[in-house]
Write a protein that binds this ligand. Structure first.
Ligand SMILES: Cc1cc2nc3c(=O)[nH]c(=O)nc-3n(C[C@H](O)[C@H](O)[C@H](O)COP(=O)(O)OP(=O)(O)OC[C@H]3O[C@@H](n4cnc5c(N)ncnc54)[C@H](O)[C@@H]3O)c2cc1C
Length: 449
């Protein structure tokens, strides 16, 4: 019998909804499997949370700023897109300030923790135990292997550090250092996510691009048909596969394909795709992201820095951390200048995101000038980027739930699939992996032999 999803009619073989790195990664993989994708992106540019603004010679990455050496799919995609000449190694170190002063740690150097006399012996022993746990679980922590991490996913970070005697480590290092990147909810997050971030990004080292990170989604988009300014309103099953209703440049249009991949944040899927089974819609509707803002503070002179990042306990500076953008990779700032990326989020002590743009610029500039007194009066401008859908949240059990969903999609006969960071952690690598995975599943369905 002829597979109805195998008939070649319509606007594309596969309609990919969402042109972030997950959707674009899916499109590249579909092309590699001989299928014709069409990507529909609501925004006026592709990339989603992996985009770059260029202002007065400063290259400002809006969301994604760091790639870990554990990001194998991203590396392979960069090579596949001919962008390898833009990659450069980058090293990470963070200065963490609490009421007693500032201490520095280098990425992947557990000895910095172990020999830190500012910590009790109990905390230093706990750091050994933590390092051992990372090594022991390293396969499960590598992106794409979250199906192996189920047994670890039942415990939140705070409970885990308490269990290994590392409360002090958590309060003075991991909480201030990773609370922002993990969306302001590190204590309630599954310990797998914290360990995934540390293992893939901090322990194994980092790399970056000598231009904005948007070069990757832009190059991926150049390989497929992409329509920007195309907001998808409705997706449904049709006789030949799927039918997608979208608003493109103010006009409603119907597009047809054999299958669709929804590469948008999970909580937006049920509204677009009411025909999905009720239990799947219920699981997706519970997807959560935290809000975050990234304010780039351009400086007429680079500050005298010892670290690539600066974090603070909440009694010192609540709800903020700094990344030194001019140290991350060359070409981010005009010669002789510098840039500090200030990440801001809401805490009980400071409702930072409630400020308007001017208020936010002021907050960020003050944090930079306070941290680097030599930069007083050196702020050229501040550039605000707000993310209402910012960092994916994974309370204990959520990753396990998402792994079960991905398994179910693999066995599902319907012409729909899903991808996005919410299915595999909170990084661009997780997003890309799920996109490639969805493309493989769909390719298997459409070309069964
Ligand atoms: C401030 C910040 C810093 C970060 N830093 C890092 C980092 O350093 N390293 C790292 O690896 N990760 C980082 N991340 C996480 C990373 O940005 C994401 O995990 C990744 O970019 C998500 O990709 P995605 O394709 O799943 O989603 P998105 O990038 O959100 O893409 C989804 C796309 O779907 C589109 N869309 C939504 N609805 C519709 C619709 N109805 N019709 C058509 N299109 C639609 C959106 O416009 C968007 O372009 C950071 C995130 C933030 C917010």
């Amino acid at each position: 019998m002829k597979n109805p999803m195998n008939q070649h009619s319509g606007d594309a073989d596969v309609i990919v909804i969402g042109g972030g790195i997950a959707g674009l990664g899916a499109a590249v993989r579909l092309k590699d499997r001989g299928l014709e994708p069409l990507v529909l992106e609501a925004d006026s540019r592709v990339g989603g949370r992996m985009t770059t603004d260029r202002v007065d010679g400063f290259v400002i990455d809006r969301g994604v700023t760091l790639f870990g050496n554990g990001f194998r799919s991203m590396r392979a995609l960069v090579k596949r897109l001919g962008l390898s000449s833009l990659t450069c190694p980058s090293s990470f170190s963070v200065g963490i300030q609490d009421a007693t002063g500032r201490r520095g740690y280098r990425g992947g150097r557990f000895d910095d923790l172990l020999f830190d006399r500012g910590f009790s012996w109990r905390a230093r022993l706990a750091s050994l135990r933590f390092g051992f746990d990372l090594l022991w679980h390293r396969r499960a922590l590598s992106h794409g292997n979250s199906f192996l991490s189920g047994a670890m996913d039942g415990e939140d970070c705070q409970t885990y550090f308490k269990r290994i005697g590392g409360e002090e480590l958590f309060e003075r290092i991991f909480w201030p250092g990773l609370n922002g990147p993990m969306g302001g909810a590190v204590e309630k997050s599954s310990r797998v996510i914290l360990m995934q971030v540390i293992w893939n990004l901090l322990v194994r080292g980092e790399w970056n691009l000598t231009d904005g990170v948007d070069r990757i989604p832009e190059a991926a988009a150049a390989q497929s048909r992409v329509v920007t300014g195309a907001r998808v309103l409705h997706v449904q099953r049709s006789e030949a596969g799927v039918q997608v209703e979208a608003e493109i440049s103010g006009k409603r249009e119907i597009l047809r394909g054999q299958a669709a991949i929804l590469a948008i944040p999970g909580q937006l899927v049920p509204g677009l795709c009411p025909g999905l089974p009720a239990d799947m819609r219920e699981v997706l509707a519970r997807t959560q992201y935290s809000k975050i803002a990234n304010v780039a503070v351009a400086l007429s002179k680079p500050p005298n820095v010892s670290y690539a990042g600066y974090a603070f306990t909440p009694d010192v500076v609540p709800g903020a951390e700094i990344e030194m953008e001019h140290l991350r990779a060359p070409n981010r700032c005009p010669e002789g200048t510098g840039m500090a990326g200030v990440f801001l989020w809401d805490t009980p002590q400071a409702r930072r995101l409630e400020a308007d743009d001017d208020g936010m610029k002021q907050q960020a500039s003050e944090i930079v000038e306070r941290n680097f007194p030599e930069c007083r009066g050196k702020v050229l401008f501040a550039h605000v980027v707000r993310w209402n859908i910012g960092i994916a949240q994974f309370p204990p059990g959520r990753l396990r739930e998402m792994t079960a969903l991905r398994k179910r999609l693999a066995a599902w006969g319907e012409p729909f699939d899903l991808c996005g960071d919410y299915l595999d952690g909170l990084s661009s690598e997780g997003a890309l992996r799920t996109g490639e995975e969805a493309a493989e599943r769909v390719a298997r369905k459409l070309t069964p032999h």
